[in-house]
Design a protein around this ligand. Structure first.
Ligand SMILES: Cc1ncc(COP(=O)(O)O)c(C=O)c1O
Length: 464
């Protein structure tokens, strides 16, 4: 789909119009300017539309009454207000660290709508999850042993428990996000010798294991491969249930991973397309015998975020114009370090926040960090960015400006959600305030300023 109708949440053109309104309003309302040259903006209308599209896509293919929990992968946008917005839109939380769990709880997501999935859970984390009643997917045999001990010492936990498997169906175009390769670190590698039988036995020996989990990968994984991973997982659930002689596995957690189109404003693929493909590839999964959990992250947020940065200087080097902006590696880490895998569209706005007109000029868009590779775009043809203009990195609502990287001690920017627009005007709400310089110094250990130069050298050190 180009820029036309978007089956999963409004048209891309409407979203682009909302974004343009928001950038202009951010400048007019003083959220952006010479003193605040960097901000993250979130389109609340768009996020709600994506949540609704996800829910209706699966409602359309599941048997009536099937329990379905869509758990937002908090790692995609670890912001309390975002997790609460999604919670109110009927979406739970998938968490993968104590921080993400605390954040989901702060957002008000109840335990029964939370899933814990991290690959390196400590005994304390597992104990806490079970005492809260949060669903846990064990990553490996050693973690299962820890669950054994916890279940024995505190029987009757309400946590649904399962095992994560790696269906080893292969990778996609981004190696770092391919979780179902032969040697991936995640889950029990199902095709390794003896592994499948080990998993089946693990269930037969533990009647309290009722879920099965796989996440076949994220951005760059073809939809057909994702569906293949789900099919393999379903086949394993069927085998366990047949050998158990009952419906022991009652819920499949099929992970997230729907890829996002970073090349235009259109939403492709849509949740509806993926749900349809799944229902064709694995019809038995949707006939009402299994509950479902999904864990989408990027596809719920990416298209609804924009990082906007002021052009501090416009210069030229080797005949090429370079716009030096305030957005670089600290807010677009993946793009800066792996530009081939993570290209971003850049939109040009003038000093009043209006879309810039003018002929395309090939230019670089640089960030503020002190290394040559700190570039958001290289050799990009777009209207010439000049001093005082704004450069917007589009589709950055997931895994970008909410994931600050502290290079050069650059401050975390403020994040605002926006709604409204047109004649009624755009309204902003703070989601996260900008980090103050004093906070940077405190986090850099100000209270320990003397720790390496005082008593330690005189033999009277002692960590406290
Ligand atoms: C277990 C698990 N579930 C869900 C996700 C979310 O994936 P995505 O943001 O691509 O939907 C991830 C991403 O790393 C993951 O590891």
């Amino acid at each position: 789909m180009s820029d036309g109708t978007d089956m999963s949440g409004g048209t891309g053109t409407e979203r682009a119009a909302r974004r343009d309104d928001a950038v202009r309003a951010a400048v007019e309302q003083g959220l952006l300017g010479p003193g605040t040259p960097l901000v993250g903006l979130l389109d609340v209308t768009g996020i709600r539309e994506s949540a609704a599209a996800l829910r209706s896509a699966f409602e359309a293919v599941t048997a009536p009454g099937t329990p379905v929990l869509h758990a937002f992968a908090v790692k995609a946008s670890p912001l309390v207000a975002v997790v609460r917005l999604l919670h109110e839109a009927g979406i739970g939380a998938e968490v993968a660290s104590p921080g993400e769990l605390a954040l989901a709880r702060a957002a008000g997501v109840p335990a029964e709508r939370t899933v814990l999935d991290s690959p390196a859970k400590t005994p304390d984390e597992l104990r806490e999850a079970l005492s809260l009643g949060i669903a846990v997917n064990a990553d490996n045999p050693q973690e299962l042993e820890r669950l054994d001990a916890l279940v024995k010492s505190a029987p009757g936990t309400s946590s649904p428990l399962g095992i994560r498997v790696n269906p080893q169906v292969g990778g996609g175009s981004i190696e770092a996000l391919s979780t179902a390769t032969a040697t991936s670190k995640f889950g029990v590698a199902l095709r390794d010798e003896g592994a499948r039988e080990w998993v089946v036995r693990a269930y037969l020996d533990r009647p309290w294991l009722t879920r099965l989990h796989a996440h076949t990968g994220s951005q760059g994984i073809p939809l057909t491969l994702m569906a293949e991973g789900v099919r393999e997982t379903y086949a394993l659930a069927e085998e366990i249930n047949e050998r158990a002689g009952r419906t022991q596995v009652d819920t499949l957690d099929i992970g997230g991973g729907l890829p996002v189109n970073f090349a235009s404003d259109g939403t492709t693929p849509t949740y509806a397309e993926y749900a349809r493909l799944l229902s064709e590839t694995v019809p038995g999964l949707f006939d009402g015998r299994y509950g479902l959990v999904t864990e989408f992250g990027r596809s719920l947020l990416a298209k609804h975020g924009t990082v906007v940065a002021r052009v501090e200087y416009a210069k030229s080097a080797g005949g090429r114009p370079v716009a030096v902006t305030h957005a670089g590696v600290q807010v677009a880490t993946r793009t800066v370090y792996a530009p081939g895998a993570w290209p971003l569209r850049i939109a040009a706005y003038d000093g009043k926040g209006r879309p810039k007109e003018g002929p395309d000029v090939v230019q670089d868009v640089a960030g503020p960090a002190c290394f040559a590779g700190d570039l958001l775009a290289v050799g990009r043809a777009m209207p010439l960015l000049e001093q005082g203009d704004y450069a917007a990195a589009l589709d950055t609502g997931a895994y970008y400006f909410a994931h600050h990287y502290a290079y050069n001690s650059l401050a975390r920017p403020a994040v605002y959600g926006f709604a409204g627009g047109g004649e009624t005007g755009v309204t902003f709400a703070a989601v996260r305030r900008a980090q103050a310089v004093e906070e940077i110094v405190a986090e850099a250990g100000r209270e320990y300023a003397d720790s390496l130069t005082g008593d330690l050298l005189r033999g009277r050190g002692g960590a406290s």
